[in-house]
Write a protein that binds this ligand. Structure first.
Ligand code: 1PR
Length: 571
């Protein structure tokens, strides 16, 4: 008897388990149809695709028992796909039949006016703001969404609209954020990734006696025309590059243009003993312990965190138990999305055992990652795809690349591609293969750029090797293969504090529709204002200035807020 969680087999549901542990609730997993009989409360934290969820439930013999559980009147809480399966069908998987409790369909967002997936923190609007309790939800809070499909809100269809408890707006589309009727509650957003606001919702729902979670009345059916602007906030991401130091401990490090080793003492260190002691020439720079830093950034209001295993191209992450332990421990401390990258590729152990990229990603997801990030292998996949094209264009995937296999199993939203480009300077009259992507130096720009043009070349293995591929070719290629987001680094700007490379970021922003996280070069809070104003990206990432505590995440957000850039502020 008690609280059960339903996992249809996608596997990246560890976040909810961590959240419930944090809130002090015991639970069990539904592992067979018989378990439904023992559940007195059920949460379905669905991730991935609609069709995979229905297929996974059907194959495990869980679909009909789920239907019967809900019909029995016991409390049900569906998250994301766990909400969408209650509808009749989804454009995502036209052949899959949903539970049909809510008599309408799930549709794809239009990408004509915005990036898709809808990824990030957005607000909610109650259908009846004056209504009784709202399960601990709050119109002044933001919640974390990540999805490409949604149920549009239509008040003229009361049989579906009476389920809707709150809506959200993305671009000009108004869709269902939460549903509530009888024993059923559901959220399109992820409460387990929505920081304190999400924890409050889960705690409130779970703390109510089960009888009071089973009798909520139908909603009003009121019109909800779109407002001039949606509530999606710009995200601030803190990134930790992790590797072993020379003593074998995993540390957060930080490079200058990807060089993470200390330089010899410089003239500016003078006789300062601290500065001199810190500079053991050649040692891996140590900026702290990954789990402690992750906890600090969560508390400081980071919207997302990244842990990049920066030397994992040398060994398979599956053999890297300390790194997996770090991911597990970090995931227990942070309740915002966690991206883990490094070493996601097909590999063979020294004893000849093969491992697929999907297995590596699976290990990261089971450890608590919400998204995985691929760099080197993404470049190779796009090169292979282009080599197959007969028209010199992008080409097509063959279903075997890491991006495709992981997106198929875990959903596009779970795959990030991290790009490590470097500028290649050429004369302004350059007429080579990348001429359509050239950026021209401004007359008042830095001296080395004047009279020059440049294109952005992709690299692999953390910038150690250049490849014959431009950043635009890579970005468009990974979008086609199924990546849900891009982290756009810049080797030229990394660790320099000179500001983001807005030329690079604007170029990629206009080349793809998926969300982009601008990265590398943040040195002052004003740089974040500049990157959002000049490029329209969805998120900005920094490492060094946060690690060295030169600028706080709250300071960045306050500055953005005073310049009318919408951000999630801590309560
Ligand atoms: O190739 O799939 O195994 O992934 C390896 C990952 O590790 C890639 O995402 C790659 O960017 C990263 N990586 C590899 N080597 C390094 C290095 O620094 N030597 N880190 C490295 C790249 C870039 C950002 C950094 C921003 C912001 N670091 O992660 O956080 O540039 O820094 P800043 O705000 O201090 O300027 P694979």
């Amino acid at each position: 008897m008690g609280l059960y969680l339903l996992d249809y087999g996608a596997g990246n549901v560890q976040s909810l388990a961590n959240t419930l542990k944090k809130l002090g609730h015991d639970f069990q997993w539904i592992s067979s149809p018989a378990d439904f009989g023992k559940a007195t409360s059920l949460i379905f934290p669905g991730v991935g695709a609609f069709g995979s969820a229905i297929d996974g439930l059907t194959k495990r013999g869980l679909l009909e028992p789920l239907r019967s559980y809900i019909a029995s009147g016991r409390p049900y809480f569906g998250i994301c796909i766990g909400l969408q399966v209650l509808f009749q069908s989804s454009a995502e998987s036209p052949n899959a039949v949903g539970l049909g409790l809510i008599p309408t369909t799930v549709e794809e967002f239009t990408s004509s006016d915005k990036s898709v997936p809808h990824m990030g923190w957005n607000s909610i609007d109650f259908i009846d703001p004056e209504g009784e309790t709202h399960e601990g939800l709050d119109e002044s809070s933001c919640y974390y969404y990540v999805h490409s499909y949604c149920a549009k809100y239509d008040h003229t269809r009361p049989e579906a609209a009476q389920w809707v408890h709150s809506t959200t707006q993305y671009g000009q589309e108004v869709f269902v954020a939460t549903i509530r009727k009888g024993n059923v509650f559901g959220t399109q957003f992820h409460p387990e990734k929505s920081g304190a606001a999400g924890l409050k919702l889960l705690a409130t729902w779970l703390s109510k006696p089960e009888s009071s979670r089973t009798s909520t009345p139908p909603s009003l059916c009121v019109p909800r025309p779109p407002k001039a602007k949606d509530g999606l906030t710009k995200r601030i991401v803190a990134c930790m590059d992790v590797r072993s130091n020379d003593d074998g401990d995993l540390v957060v490090t930080k490079g200058d243009q990807y060089d993470v080793r200390e330089k010899a003492p410089s003239a500016t260190d003078g006789s300062n003993p601290m500065a001199l002691a810190a500079r053991t020439a050649g040692a891996v720079r140590n900026l702290g312990k990954p789990v402690a830093l992750a906890a600090r950034y969560y508390a400081a209001g980071a919207d997302e965190l990244c842990l990049m295993n920066i030397t994992s191209f040398r060994h398979s992450p599956l053999r890297d138990q300390p790194m997996l332990a770090v991911v597990r421990a970090a995931a227990e401390e942070v309740f915002v999305p966690l991206t883990i990258g490094g070493g996601i590729k097909d590999s063979v152990d020294p004893d000849g055992t093969p491992h697929s990229a999907l297995e590596v990603a699976g290990a990261y997801f089971r450890a608590g990652a919400d998204k995985v990030s691929i760099a080197t292998e993404a470049v190779y996949a796009v090169e292979r795809m282009r080599a197959r094209a007969t028209d010199g264009g992008l080409g097509d995937g063959d279903g075997t690349s890491a991006i495709e296999t992981i997106a198929h199993a875990y959903g596009r939203q779970a795959i990030v591609v991290s790009i490590d480009p470097r500028r290649v300077y050429v004369d302004q009259g350059y007429d080579g293969p990348y001429k359509d992507e050239l950026v021209f130096g401004k007359p008042n720009g830095p001296e080395k750029e004047r009279g020059k043009a440049w294109w952005y070349q992709c690299t692999v293995k953390g910038g150690r090797e250049d490849r014959p591929l431009s950043v635009v070719q890579l970005a468009q290629g990974v979008e086609k293969l199924g990546a849900g987001e891009i982290i756009l680094n810049s080797i030229d700007r990394d660790g320099t504090g000179l500001g983001f490379d807005t030329d690079l970021i604007a170029l990629v922003r206009k080349s793809v529709r998926i969300p982009i996280v601008a990265s590398s070069g943040a040195g002052r809070k004003e740089h974040f204002v500049e990157v959002f104003d000049k490029t329209g990206v969805e998120a900005a990432l920094a490492a060094g200035i946060f690690h060295r505590q030169e600028v706080g995440i709250d300071e960045v957000k306050n500055t953005l807020s005073t310049t009318n850039i919408n951000v999630r502020l801590q309560a």
